[in-house]
Design a protein around this ligand. Structure first.
Ligand SMILES: Nc1ncnc2c1ncn2[C@@H]1O[C@H](COP(=O)(O)OP(=O)(O)O)[C@@H](O)[C@H]1O
Ligand SMILES: [Mg+2]
Length: 303
């Protein structure tokens, strides 16, 4: 009899809709490959729902808070159900941008200058010289991220509820944006993203045509390799497992080769048809169903 995989999706984070698309794509791929699959739209009662289903494995297709920050991982640990992607500690560390950047820096990975301050201090504009970027500590999908190019932009921080009380203020890195997929112990490729608007915001991420992906990233070959190495090192520095995606800025404004800066590691990267990891994996020779099956097997579930 085929093993039973519960695909957790949805949830109640701001990335709910994206997760539903990721989860459904995963479920279809696994069913096609002969796995027995139950799709679960996760709600606050998941701790009682999951033991009733008693799957052999949880495929975690949640994004954002509760699904990406160690909470659902902790529940799976308690229930002794193997699960895909990173464990409790790596998930929690990666999700908190203040904690993650300390671990990256300790591992010799350069991040933009930055500090965690109160939202009031960020609004006052004295946290660091302009231009800077203000981000919530534990959201994803660019939710709440504000780019402050000049004094006039500070006003938009006032009503930014998504920011929370403590925020990360980070030096704005001009130039380009690249992202790297990591699968286990190897980086798969570097993709350059060019958003249609002024930065890679929620709309650019999830609306067809709102950003251009170029793969392999048309950057200096040494920098390309460096980006691959940094992504793998960041994955390892946080103790991640399975698949992750590293977001980096590439400042080539003084010419190539320029400088790379680590922004973050995503421990639950998107798995929608438009998502970056499936695109990079396909480029490296792993199609979507192979990628999803690899994640299931890497999490300790054989057929
Ligand atoms: N220091 C920075 N300099 C320039 N752009 C940034 C910087 N930090 C974030 N951004 C922009 O905001 C986007 C989202 O930031 P990121 O740190 O990846 O958080 P998340 O994707 O979790 O919301 C990035 O993809 C990039 O376009
Ligand atoms: Mg990001």
């Amino acid at each position: 009899m085929s093993k039973h995989v519960a695909v957790l999706m949805g949830g109640w984070s701001v990335e709910r809709e994206v997760s539903l698309v990721s989860g459904h794509a995963v479920a279809v791929a696994l069913k096609d490959r002969g796995w027995s699959v139950t799709e679960i739209d996760v709600d606050r009662d998941i701790a009682t729902v999951l033991p009733g289903i008693a799957p052999d494995l949880v495929f975690n297709a949640l994004h954002g808070r509760w699904g990406e920050d160690g909470c659902i991982q902790g529940l799976c640990e308690l229930l002794k159900i193997p699960y895909t992607h990173s464990g409790v500690l790596a998930s929690a560390a990666a999700m908190n941008k203040g904690v993650a950047r300390r671990l990256f820096t300790a591992a010799g990975i350069t991040c933009p200058d930055g500090q965690v301050v109160s939202r009031e201090a960020a609004i006052a504009g004295h946290a660091m010289p302009l231009p800077f970027v203000v981000k919530p500590l534990n959201e994803g999908s660019s939710v709440g991220v504000r780019i402050v190019m000049g004094e006039g932009d500070l006003a938009q921080l006032k009503d930014a509820e998504a920011l929370g009380d403590r925020v990360l203020v980070e030096q704005f890195i001009p130039g380009r944006e690249v992202t790297v997929a990591v699968m286990g112990d190897r980086a798969l490729g570097v993709l350059e993203i060019t958003p249609a608007g002024n930065f890679y915001d929620y709309e650019a991420k999830y609306t067809a045509g709102k950003s251009i992906h170029v793969l392999p990233a048309p950057i200096n070959a040494t920098v390309y390799d460096e980006a691959m190495g940094l992504a793998l090192r960041a994955h390892q520095a946080l103790g991640c497992r399975g698949v992750t995606r590293a977001d980096l800025r590439y400042d080539d404004t003084s010419g190539e080769p320029g400088n790379l800066y680590m922004l973050e590691i995503n421990t639950q990267p998107g798995l929608t048809p438009m998502s970056l990891v499936p695109e990079i994996a396909a480029f490296s020779g792993t199609d979507f169903a192979d990628l999803v099956e690899w994640m299931v097997e890497d999490a300790g579930c054989d057929r």
